[in-house]
Ligand binder design. Structure first.
Ligand SMILES: Cc1cc2nc3c(=O)[nH]c(=O)nc-3n(C[C@H](O)[C@H](O)[C@H](O)COP(=O)(O)O)c2cc1C
Length: 216
């Protein structure tokens, strides 16, 4: 264990792969996001669509977890989940949330903050209907974020549901669907040498995006 601690304290990367300039960025952060996302996809960054979603409890306690980005449009960012899960309960009580992407191969981080709303039923139906049967059954089977007595309980429920729903008859459960984060703040981070990274943020003020550079 002592060895591991020594290894961790010594780990140090110098970031040299790019720069981020005010002159080269898009005026609209959604375009900047899409530009970087395309570059990350082209670079075959692993799990490029994975983002850390942070929410807060009624008592103001933060909690975060990874979810997948599934759609983006006009500064809106969609993900899908169980509406009875911990994250969903928190979001329905307090819609302030943030999402963070980290693309190590490009030495980039993007932070997006905003207000979350429930996605439309039509979009959730579309997304659900295009999932593989096993994922659809999985959505029905899991009472996400609630205690299970054992793995067996989940496996048995899955088998029961497979008898109940065929690939032709399965529909989206009403306790499962999308959320959309409407962004009002972005930060684009490009790693640089000696910890003097580039950080450019966009803040929404009176329907205009104000651009600033942040100290690293
Ligand atoms: C790579 C990855 C992708 C994930 N994608 C999703 C997702 O799109 N939706 C989801 O509900 N959970 C997803 N999860 C599981 C969540 O991290 C989390 O365990 C689950 O949503 C329960 O979170 P909660 O109890 O805070 O609501 C993913 C986990 C990982 C590691």
């Amino acid at each position: 264990m002592e060895d591991l601690r020594k290894q961790i304290i010594k780990l140090r990367e110098d970031f040299t792969k790019g720069v981020l300039n005010e002159e080269e960025i898009y005026k609209n952060p959604a375009s900047q996001f899409e530009f970087w996302l395309q570059q990350a996809v082209d670079a075959k960054v692993s799990e490029v669509q994975a983002m850390d979603l942070a929410t807060v409890s009624a008592e103001g306690k933060p909690t975060s977890r990874i979810v997948y980005l599934r759609e983006f449009k006009d500064n809106g960012y969609w993900f899908y989940t169980n509406y009875n899960s911990k994250k969903a309960k928190q979001l329905l009580n307090n819609p302030n949330a943030s999402i963070t992407f980290f693309w190590p191969d490009l030495e980039r981080q993007i932070r997006i903050e905003g207000i979350v709303e429930k996605g439309s039923n039509d979009m959730s139906d579309d997304y659900f209907n295009n999932r593989p049967y096993d994922s659809k059954i999985g959505a029905w089977a899991s009472n996400q974020s609630h205690f299970l007595t054992s793995r067996q309980e989940l496996d048995e429920k899955l088998e029961e549901l497979k008898k109940q729903f065929t690939p032709e008859t399965i529909v989206r459960p009403d306790f499962w669907g999308g959320f959309k984060l409407n962004a009002n703040y972005y930060e684009f981070w490009q790693g640089r040498k000696n910890r003097l990274h580039d950080r450019i943020c966009y803040t929404l003020e009176n329907n205009n995006w104000k651009i600033n550079r942040l100290a690293p």
